[in-house]
Design a protein around this ligand. Structure first.
Ligand SMILES: [Mg+2]
Length: 216
């Protein structure tokens, strides 16, 4: 599936405003914790012992992870029905509310298309009522498209190293931060601090974003 160009096209970015492009899962939302709670209610358990998703789902007592197709079904169900289990990342809503007084904010998420309604509702409920762009695949081209619309500085935040690398490739002028909100995932997340600054706490990240966006 191609990135949703209608989302991108309808997303307005002021041509002179600083721009923050921000991911959802593990950045604004405690994805692993929420997904774990969701699958627990369906009789499975999430063992966070590597930076993976489907390979971490087990039937209680078993040592072999659930087959990947069954895992993918749980994942799809979670994006449709799991919003109640998904909690916001600590400090994220306050940080964005403050930054949004001086910068434009675009939420760039790779949620599956069938999860659009649920995701949009969740974001609104938790105080993230900003432009939403549902993306598919590498985020670099979409981030470049957005960041080209302003002459002011831009920042991109994601938990996934390949997405940060994609933005570095397609939009090298955009400042990049890696943030992983789940404490169990932090030591497991592939990271490259020489390429992308790593900051896992929102108050610290907010201050660093302000410096990059040159916000007073
Ligand atoms: Mg993410």
């Amino acid at each position: 599936m191609e990135p949703s160009f209608s989302d991108l096209q309808s997303c307005t970015v002021r041509p002179d405003a600083p721009l923050l492009i921000v991911d959802v899962d593990e950045v604004l939302a405690q994805f692993m914790a929420g997904f774990g709670a969701f699958i627990a209610r369906h009789g499975f358990e999430l063992r966070v012992d590597r930076y993976a998703l489907f390979q971490n789902i087990y039937r209680p007592g078993e040592s072999q992870h659930l087959d990947l197709i069954a895992g993918k079904m749980l994942f799809d169900d979670f994006f449709r029905d799991g919003a109640d289990d998904l909690l916001p990342a600590i400090g994220a809503a306050d940080a964005l509310a403050d930054l949004s007084t001086r910068a434009d904010i675009v939420i760039l998420t790779n949620a599956p298309e069938h999860g659009r309604q649920s995701r949009a509702r969740w974001l609104k409920t938790h105080g993230f009522d900003y432009h939403l762009v549902i993306n598919s695949g590498p985020k670099g081209p979409s981030a470049a498209d957005l960041a080209r619309r302003t002459v002011a500085p831009s920042v991109f935040v994601d938990d996934l190293l390949p997405q940060l690398d994609s933005v570095a490739e397609h939009a090298p002028w955009v400042n990049r931060f890696q943030m992983v909100t789940d404490e169990r995932l932090r030591p497991l997340a592939p990271t490259a601090p020489e390429r992308h600054t790593r900051i896992d706490l929102w108050p610290d990240l907010k201050a660093a974003i302000e410096r990059k966006l040159i916000l007073p």
